[in-house]
Design a protein around this ligand. Structure first.
Ligand code: LMR
Length: 404
């Protein structure tokens, strides 16, 4: 093939659509509107609209600077101290952990964990299909499809009542073929903000066990819902539920370490031997993707989780972020109810975590963008943590008007 043939081949590549989430930030960044607001991406902002640098992270950074180290490669599965700390955080008190049936591998964010898991499953279970909630984080379907899977949806959101259609969800799971992979949001469901209660989780666990399905729990927002321990309960329950479980987790949000890409993939296996074999294969998957993960975020998290005072500081800071989100939900609901009397905005305080699924449709979202320079996802998901005392009035006015 000569040079000009290659050029013409590549010139037929079409423009990709903007990413449904990060593309909103791109559009927001391009706007020159002086009062533009980005409610799109799932990032925690403080009341001044800034991404916080947590004090615990600042302290860990200072400690690391006192003991500078050369930047050599980490092992394929990451920093051992980090993996141990993550395992202890996620599986605290679990029999599976005590029985050494859990392996944790450091990954490039939660997305990296999902991708490593997806590539692994595709290699060993090429016939399996993937089931995700309808709706789900937009990247779930894209990521599993790009790993080669057929992705199906199980019902989740009930638009009429802004709640969960649990009967339909359970019924759908009852018909998922054995050996298929079911992706579940362990807490703070993205995008709806609606989580199952304990009794419903037990029923889901029951179906998954009975039908021989493989649960892949995605936990990106531990600590943003009801608290660190309460949000982690589902992962611990599944870990001790007698199943092989995959868990993706990240410290992007809970440590405000977005750019460090610091996450983990954990696997709960049948026994220690199976855990070691799975770990060896997952390491091959990582090696052929990006070889080994970056170091700095892992050192920061390991330093904080490995020090009692820094960990206490982190838990306090996480609690403050959670509280601010809760207060903002309440305030936004009150403002909207004042602006649009008789309309029901109770979903704001029924949902939890970073997101609210507002029920706004694509056209209403377009109006928010074009008439108010308020950017959010076409699905109507908003990031509650992007609302603050400086913009809440404008956000409420805009939502009340476009949804009237
Ligand atoms: C989100 O849902 O907005 C976040 O998880 C950020 C992302 O990577 O999409």
């Amino acid at each position: 093939m000569n040079h000009s043939t290659t050029l013409s081949l590549l010139s037929s590549v079409a423009m990709a659509p903007r990413d449904p989430i990060l593309g909103v930030t791109e559009a927001y960044n391009q706007s020159t509107h002086p009062d533009k607001i980005n409610l799109g991406v799932g990032v925690y902002y403080d009341d001044r609209g800034k991404v916080p640098l947590l004090d615990c992270v600042r302290a860990a950074e200072a400690a690391l600077q006192l003991d500078p180290k050369p930047h050599t490669y980490l092992p394929i599965d990451g920093l051992a101290a980090y993996n141990k700390a993550v395992g202890a955080l996620l599986f605290d008190g679990c029999t599976a952990l005590a029985e050494q049936r859990v392996v944790t591998l450091q990954t490039a964010g939660g997305t990296g964990a999902l991708k490593v898991g997806a590539d692994f499953f595709r290699r060993f279970f090429p016939e399996a299909q993937v089931w995700i909630s309808n709706p789900s984080w937009e990247n779930h379907a894209a990521l599993f499809e790009s790993a080669g899977f057929v992705v199906n949806h199980y019902p989740y959101y009930d638009a009429a009542g802004n709640g969960i259609d649990f009967a339909a969800m359970l019924e759908a799971l009852e018909h998922v073929p054995t050996g298929n992979i079911v992706l579940l949001h362990a807490c703070c469901h993205n995008p709806t903000g609606l989580d199952l209660d304990e009794g419903r989780w037990e029923q889901v666990l029951g179906v998954i066990a009975r039908r021989g399905l493989i649960p892949f729990l995605d936990m990106a927002y531990q600590g943003f819902g009801a608290g660190l321990a309460a949000d982690g309960k589902v992962v611990r329950r599944f870990a001790d539920g007698g199943l092989t479980v995959f868990v993706s987790s990240t410290f992007s949000k809970s440590f405000s370490l977005y750019g460090e890409r610091i996450g983990a993939l954990s696997v709960v296996a049948a026994d220690a031997d199976a855990a070691a074999r799975l770990q060896s294969q997952l390491k091959r998957t990582i090696r052929t993707n990006y070889s080994s993960p970056p170091e700095h975020g892992a050192r920061l998290v390991a330093t904080v989780l490995g020090s009692a005072p820094l960990r206490a500081m982190w838990e306090q800071e996480l609690a403050a972020m959670r509280e601010r989100i809760r207060t903002t939900r309440r305030d936004l609901r009150l403002r909207l109810e004042a602006l649009a009397p008789g309309r029901d905005f109770s979903f704001l305080t029924r949902q939890s975590g970073l997101f609210s699924y507002t029920g706004l449709d694509k056209e209403q979202v377009r109006r928010l963008r074009e008439e108010y320079a308020i950017y959010t996802l076409d699905t109507g998901r908003i990031c509650v943590a992007a609302v603050n005392s400086g913009n809440i009035e404008r956000v409420a006015q805009a939502i009340a008007t476009v949804s009237a």
